[in-house]
Design a binder for this molecule. Structure first.
Ligand code: C5P
Length: 233
């Protein structure tokens, strides 16, 4: 089973309080996205790895990407993550990729992805009628905040999962669902499929597959990558 990875990497990373977009922040001596690409290149089922940058990105060219043989770079990022993904999918369709090709959308900002999780997901979903996402069950007790940061109530966590990426769907179906509207309720690919009436599958992910969002996440990502390297020695 072959598939394509699509990485939206056109964000500015405003929550990081950094002048540099977060995909280019230094992580163990490399730009953050370099680690994400390394993990995806270790997945044999991924025939192509496609990065979506913003048209005005001036950082990409300043790094060496020569080790990544299956990489394609598109400069068609949009104003939101969903728009960047949709633009990338449209470019793949225009370039002749088949409608039923599996596409795994993965945040550039998740550098600690384990390649075997991706292979497992492709194996598990390869014959699924819709596709699905990596996710983990919610572990903490959830509180709904009221006025002045008081606790309004405790929200039952039974059956709740935290969505991660990759999110794996057919190229044509995903592009069509995103094309039906990309409002604030579409915060990941699965939500676009759900809104269109489809039922994506949850596949067990890993708490180590964190998304770098705030500055302290970089330190945690660095420790996780070091642990991976130690395990693979
Ligand atoms: O900001 P957030 O952490 O939700 O971004 C998730 C991913 O979406 C990042 O890899 C970011 O670069 C990407 N993104 C994008 N286009 C945007 C906004 C975010 O490709 N306009």
């Amino acid at each position: 089973m072959k598939a394509i990875a699509l990485l939206p990497a056109a964000g500015s990373g405003s929550r990081m309080n950094s002048p540099r977009p977060k995909q280019y922040l230094d992580l163990n001596g490399r730009p953050l996205i370099w680690h994400t690409l390394l993990a995806l290149h270790a997945v044999p089922e991924l025939a192509r790895i496609v990065v979506v940058l913003s048209a005005g990105d001036e950082w990409w060219e300043t790094f060496d990407w020569s080790g990544f043989a299956r990489l394609t770079v598109l400069r068609c990022g949009g104003d939101s993550r969903a728009e960047s993904v949709k633009n990338g999918l449209d470019a793949l369709r225009a370039a002749g990729e088949a409608q039923d090709e599996w596409v795994l959308v993965h945040d550039a900002a998740r550098p600690c992805l384990a390649p075997e999780l991706v292979s497992g997901m492709i194996g598990e979903l390869g014959y699924h009628p819709v596709g699905g996402i990596l996710a983990v069950p919610v572990a903490d007790t959830l509180k709904l905040a009221g006025e002045g940061q008081s606790i309004a109530r405790t929200h039952p966590r039974d059956g709740l999962w935290q969505a991660q990426t990759p999110q794996m769907f057919r190229l044509g179906m995903l592009a069509d669902c995103l094309g039906q509207g990309m409002g604030p309720d579409i915060t990941d690919e699965a939500s676009a499929l759900e809104k269109a009436g489809h039922t994506p599958q949850l596949v067990m992910g890993s708490p180590w597959n964190l998304k770098v969002t705030y500055p302290q996440d970089l330190q945690l990502a660095s420790l996780i990558l070091a642990a991976h390297a130690e395990r693979n020695r």
